[in-house]
Design a protein around this ligand. Structure first.
Ligand SMILES: [Zn+2]
Length: 650
């Protein structure tokens, strides 16, 4: 609990630098700026008032959400905060740039405000003594195009993130601030949320009073075309899939696919042996009009995939671990949370050091549960693991940057494009950490002679306090202790070696112990082919070292990634360059693949004509190892433990 962090940041001008300047007045140069009054750190005490939040989200044409907030319990010291550090993104990604038209008043009289010059998410008010309640109006300007930000609203559906729509008082834990919300949606729209409805009258819904912490963790999806599917029929604790789509025909799901999602719920309960919600809602958008989101919450998740995810089921296997991943987060991330990541309000900085558990083990269980439930086939699960490992085999950033350090990436770079992705590394605490957890799982299975596994860890660690919503935090030592309770080992050294080491081999011991080995052939797996189609990318990372935007992307032949030190790097290709011709023939992905195959038996380089900005150049690719695509191949030296991991639990 880092209640003092904000204060320290705000007081940086006070000490010790201010004192040093005063002690040496004869020194030429600037002096320290005037100290800034600290903002009250959050305390675990009841807020003596409440937020009444009226949100009008009916203006979908302009994508403007109008907010009217009445905040009681104020005093002359009240400072208003706009949420900055967001759960799920683990970073200061609050949308302060999107609020406009701020007007604050008390009893109808305007109140002047001033933004804190250091913490620009904070607003200081000029309140008269005795003022107990204020009214706040502002507009939330939801992005009008993708260049402004990920789209949240269209004429047919929307997602509402409450953290974008509220100013709250500094000085309190957010679980101590009650909020009452009234929401106006377009007429005839349906909505879904983990929030409990108090009353509804046509387009206006009043929700039951809830702590601010719960409100912000309970987004709402709404739309013209919607469907609600019961994923756990007859259960006392319901789990629903709340679908919202661009067009009604996208909502149709075949019975066998619905059965796979129901199996996901059953398999998750077998794994964790608990639940930590009174009902759970997958808020699921099938849209290319709004962002395709994946964001975890305690009692719901935001899940967005291609509009035709159900109607073209076989082409969408790449995204099919999304719901298993986000569902897992209800246990790993929301109910159990890294101690340094948990914060008392949304303006205290988060620390992301344990994201290799929070995201890494979730990534692992997401893929395992996708296979166990039938959302992916066993072969697709194996192919995904092969692709992941193969990308790390060519990734050069592992030579200088430890996996542990990548846990800072969401703060360093909130998912902006990077010039040299593999040299810089990016959020490898997801997929490289998933390989580490496979390593751990197979180690336990081998040393316990098949009696125990990482399933036992998940059950013991995430399955405590069945039915409780109260967050339980954990540290690195807690992880080590829980692993030791399953199967004794020097887990601290085991994990630290894989987290902190550089230049080490890719963590593929999980494959070997799992009864598989990574091999390369000149043909992609079916799964890799459909994944490339889905991502609109052509993956040649393991041969010449590039990934290319496909025709469907509208940027045909443009390089989206170049591997550091690869043949393409040596030929001076960079991200953003466009291949125009290969050996004198106009660019086409198949022409390039044919040239790579032909160069296998010839000493001549592959000659590319490339456009970079308004310059053209000839690039000679000195590469002769042919096309290389990864696969996992059965190695009978070990039992097929990986098959056991991916098989549905009885
Ligand atoms: Zn996640």
């Amino acid at each position: 609990m880092r209640t003092v962090a904000l204060q320290i940041a705000l007081c940086a001008a006070l000490s010790p630098f201010g004192a040093a300047v005063q002690a040496a007045p004869e020194t030429a140069g600037p002096s320290a700026t005037a100290p800034i009054t600290p903002i009250a750190a959050p305390k675990d005490r009841a807020y003596a008032g409440e937020i009444q939040l009226k949100v009008d989200a009916s203006d979908t044409g302009r994508r403007v959400v109008r907010v009217h907030e009445t905040l009681s319990g104020v005093n002359s010291d009240t400072v208003l905060l706009y949420p900055k550090w967001l759960p799920g993104t683990h970073a200061p990604e609050g949308t302060i740039d999107r609020i406009a038209g701020i007007r604050i008043s008390a009893n109808g009289a305007p109140i002047t405000w001033k933004r804190d010059p250091v913490e620009v998410f904070a607003f200081r008010l000029n309140l008269k003594p005795g003022t107990r309640s204020i009214d706040i109006d502002f507009d939330y300007l939801s992005p009008t195009s993708p260049k402004v930000g990920a789209l949240e609203m269209s004429r047919d559906l929307m997602l509402i993130e409450w953290n974008e729509l509220v100013l709250y008082p500094a000085g309190y834990f957010t679980r101590q601030i009650p909020v009452q919300v009234q929401l106006t949606l377009p007429a005839d729209w349906q909505f879904a949320s983990a929030l409990e409805t108090a009353s509804a009258d046509h387009a206006v819904t009043n929700f039951k009073r809830t702590p601010l912490e719960t409100l912000i963790d309970s987004p709402l999806y709404a739309g013209r075309y919607a469907s609600k599917l019961d994923l756990d029929p007859g259960a006392a604790v319901p789990v629903h899939m709340d679908l919202f789509a661009d067009r009604p025909e996208f909502l149709v799901m075949k019975p066998e696919h619905l059965e796979a999602y129901r199996s996901l719920v059953r398999q998750a309960y077998k794994l964790y042996g608990s639940h930590h919600y009174s009902h759970y809602d997958f808020l699921y958008s099938l849209s290319d009009q709004i962002q395709q989101n994946g964001l975890e919450h305690h009692q719901s998740s935001e899940d967005g995939t291609d509009p035709e995810s159900f109607t073209k089921w076989d082409k969408e296997a790449f995204a099919r671990d999304l719901l298993p991943h986000e569902f897992t987060h209800s246990w790993n991330g929301k109910f159990r949370r890294p101690a340094d990541l948990w914060t008392p309000n949304y303006n205290v900085p988060m620390q992301d050091s344990l994201l290799w558990v929070y995201e890494g083990q979730t990534e692992y269980w997401g893929q395992v549960l996708a296979a166990r439930s039938g959302l992916r086939t066993r072969q697709q699960a194996l192919d995904q693991l092969a692709i992941t490992a193969a990308h790390y085999e060519v990734q050069k950033g592992r030579q200088w940057r430890p996996l542990q350090d990548t846990t800072n990436d969401e703060i360093i770079n909130p998912r902006r494009p990077q010039s040299w992705l593999d040299w810089q590394r990016f959020e490898d605490y997801y997929s490289e950490a998933a390989l580490v957890w496979l390593d751990v799982d197979t180690w336990i299975r081998e040393h316990s002679k098949g009696a125990r596994s990482l399933d036992d860890f998940a059950h013991a660690f995430f399955g405590i306090n069945d039915g409780s919503f109260a967050v339980v935090t954990y540290t690195f030592d807690d992880i080590v202790k829980a692993l030791n309770a399953v199967e004794p080992n020097d887990w601290s050294a085991f994990l630290r070696q894989r987290l902190d080491g550089i230049g080490k081999p890719v963590p593929e011991d999980g494959f070997h112990r799992g009864g598989y080995k990574l091999v390369y052939t000149d043909t992609p797996s079916d799964y890799q082919s459909i994944t490339e189609d889905q991502r609109k990318r052509i993956d040649l990372l393991n041969s010449i070292g590039i990934e290319i935007d496909g025709k469907e992307s509208g940027k045909d032949g443009t390089l989206s990634q170049v591997i550091w030190d690869s043949p393409a790097f040596k030929a001076k290709l960079t991200e953003g360059a466009q291949i125009l011709a290969i050996n004198g023939i106009a660019y086409d992905a198949d022409v390039l693949k044919d040239a790579i195959r032909a160069a296998h038996s010839r000493p001549d380089p592959i000659q590319l004509i490339v456009k970079i900005g308004d310059r053209y150049m000839v690039a000679n690719l000195d590469y002769h190892d042919g096309l290389r695509y990864p696969h996992l191949e059965r190695d009978t030296a070990e039992p097929a433990r990986l098959d056991q991991i991916l098989a549905a639990r009885p």
